[in-house]
Design a binder for this molecule. Structure first.
Ligand code: ADP
Length: 588
């Protein structure tokens, strides 16, 4: 099992890009047409100048020259207007496409199976949400329009040159080999070079900041020489990487300059020869040479943005890839017949071949309070997540009322069992919105009742706009205990009959713990509770205690039974007995 989220392959990325183009075909057509017309208007200049040269060299009237000058002015104005309209259309289109991509990505992320997110960790997801979305924004907003426009302009300019003077224009081909070979040579080597450079600087930054952060340790242990040596080494590497990329640029840039200058020189020489032989007019040569000067800009832009498109495609692959995670639940339509949760022969592995649960059986009686104790890493949290339906078991069944938890749609599952963690996120929106997430359609009276149940009604009503107070980033800031109470009120609203409670993470802030504990107790009342206990008094007060050791439930019974049985739990109890309960931890 991979812990990284998948990345889409090239075919999938092309399919997605094709779908986007098809969806926006009308506007794309308008944008491309406008760009083509703008480019065409820009091409009138050299043509008219060529005609002017021909007219002057063969003798002409002032009226003809005036006419040509007016046409030139008109063409320039038309080009300006058309380019403006074309850019506007393509920028609006790019923003639309980017917004769509972002929304699709968000939908994909929200549809990810919880188990995948838990396993992959949030780091990968966050780097895709920030880094890759930013890169894609740059590609969609700038690179794609620039490349499209530059391609159109290049092709049309070449066409115009061929039309203006076919024999003259062939000379321009001398620039192609230098352009082709130079760019190929550079693009083959550049990515590795720039990766090296980035990695070298990252390492150097790491070494320097580590040295500064650990300055006292460095001093105390006399590591200064070692740190200096390491910094020197990193610096040498960064220097070498810089030299490498500088070398690549010192070859590539002059090659490009040469490739741009060659066609101009060649058409001028070859054209001159043709004029002398009488095979071409001075005007034709003027036009083609001007086209060759003009084509430099779009070709240059084309080459410099192509790189960016590749980078963007990589990011798109990472964003699209998120959508290819298979769903880990398949709603069967069956509904639980009662509130009875049970696990049969449950095994689970985070990495294939490495089971962390080895055949766990557990029956929860509705309304009972079960405490799970055991050494750290024994599998308590894993079992808790399985009982809450977050991870599907590798083999075996976790059921509620005879239906597998993974066969329930998420909304239905959340009315059966909920995992209570420290994650008391406050979403941007009103307090009402924050509560309605758990039970859409609840009335204000129900919301108030839920707040009151967790002892939060008093401060909630004192908020500037009561339930309508906007919370979250930019809104009214809640204190951590208040945020936790909102999370607990959500549980009251969702009203699951069973809660899985990880004590270590559910009660974070010791200052507010007492207050929150009362709110929590109110939430637990009347529900089946599986508490992953880190304090022994939790186990003592529970109806039953399950000792989890090495992925198995090794002991299961009431506190008194287990103490009497003289097993692992009894030993734990003895070792902490007599000490204040809060001071001891049963599991660590
Ligand atoms: P406990 O809650 O009893 O401390 P856990 O259920 O957290 O134990 O862990 C059980 C085993 O599973 C441990 O060996 C732990 O290293 C492993 N484990 C827990 N979470 C993950 C994860 N996200 N990826 C890989 N291994 C994990």
């Amino acid at each position: 099992m991979s812990t990284q989220l998948p990345v889409a392959d090239a075919t999938e990325v092309r399919t997605q890009a094709g779908l986007i183009m098809r969806r926006h075909r009308p506007r794309l057509t308008v944008a491309l047409t406008l760009h083509a017309l703008g480019a065409l208007a820009g091409l009138a200049g050299p043509w008219l100048l060529g005609s002017l040269v021909d007219a002057v060299s063969t003798g002409t009237t002032r009226a003809t020259i005036d006419r040509l000058a007016i046409l030139l002015a008109l063409a320039l104005s038309a080009q300006t207007l058309l380019t403006w309209a074309a850019r506007r259309t393509s920028f609006v289109l790019a923003e639309t496409v980017f917004a769509e991509l972002r929304e699709q990505f968000l939908a994909r992320v929200l549809a990810l199976p919880l188990s995948t997110v838990e396993r992959a960790g949030t780091g990968d997801l966050i780097s895709r949400t920030t880094g890759d979305v930013d890169t894609l924004a740059r590609t969609v907003r700038f690179a794609v329009p620039e490349v499209l426009v530059a391609s159109i302009t290049t092709v049309l300019t070449l066409g115009a040159a061929l039309l203006a003077g076919p024999q003259v224009a062939v000379a321009a081909l001398v620039g192609v080999p230098a352009l082709w070979l130079g760019t190929r040579w550079y693009l083959h080597r550049a990515p590795a070079g720039y990766l090296w450079e980035r990695a070298a600087y990252a390492r150097l930054n790491g070494t320097v900041s580590e040295t500064v952060d650990g300055a006292r340790t460095v001093e105390a242990l006399g590591l200064a020489d070692e740190r200096v040596r390491r910094s020197d080494e990193d610096l040498r590497d960064a220097y070498a990487a810089e030299r490498r990329t500088l070398f690549l640029r010192t070859v590539w840039f002059p090659t490009m300059e040469l490739a741009y200058a060659l066609p101009v020189v060649a058409t001028l020489l070859w054209g001159g020869y043709l004029v002398v032989r009488g095979d071409a007019s001075l005007g034709q040569v003027t036009a083609v040479v001007l086209y060759m000067v003009q084509i430099v800009d779009p070709v240059d832009r084309l080459i410099s943005w192509l790189d960016e498109i590749q980078v963007g495609a990589t990011s798109l692959a990472r964003l699209v890839g998120v959508g290819s995670v298979p769903d880990d639940r398949a709603p069967s339509g069956e509904m639980p017949v009662d509130d009875h949760i049970s696990a049969h022969d449950v095994r689970y592995a985070y990495r294939s071949g490495r089971d962390v649960l080895h055949g766990v059986d557990l029956d929860l009686s509705p309304g009972e309070r079960l405490a799970m104790v055991g050494p750290s890493g024994a599998g308590k949290s894993t079992l808790g997540r399985l009982l809450a339906g977050i991870h599907p078991p590798r083999t075996g069944r976790v059921e509620v009322g005879g239906v597998r938890l993974v066969d329930l749609p998420l909304e239905a599952l959340r009315r059966e069992v909920v995992l209570v963690t420290q994650e008391h996120h406050v979403f941007v929106g009103t307090l009402r919105d924050n509560l309605l997430l758990a039970a859409p359609g609840s009335s204000d009276t129900e919301l108030r009742r839920a707040l009151s149940a967790v002892d939060a009604l008093r401060w909630a009503e004192a908020l500037p706009a009561g339930l309508d107070t906007v919370l979250g980033a930019g809104g009214h800031a809640l204190s951590p205990p208040q945020a936790q109470q909102v999370a607990l009120a959500r549980i009251v609203l969702a009203d699951p009959h069973t809660l899985v409670l990880d004590e270590a993470t559910a009660l974070l802030d010791p200052r507010s713990a007492r207050h929150i504990e009362q709110s929590l107790a109110a939430v637990l009342t009347g529900r089946t509770v599986v508490a992953i206990a880190h304090r022994l008094h939790t186990a003592h007060d529970a109806d039953r205690v399950a000792v989890v050791e090495d992925g198995r439930i090794s002991e299961l019974g009431t506190h008194d039974q287990l103490v009497e049985a003289q097993g692992a739990y009894a030993a734990l109890w003895r070792s902490w007995h007599g000490q204040p309960a809060e001071a001891g931890t049963a599991s660590r």
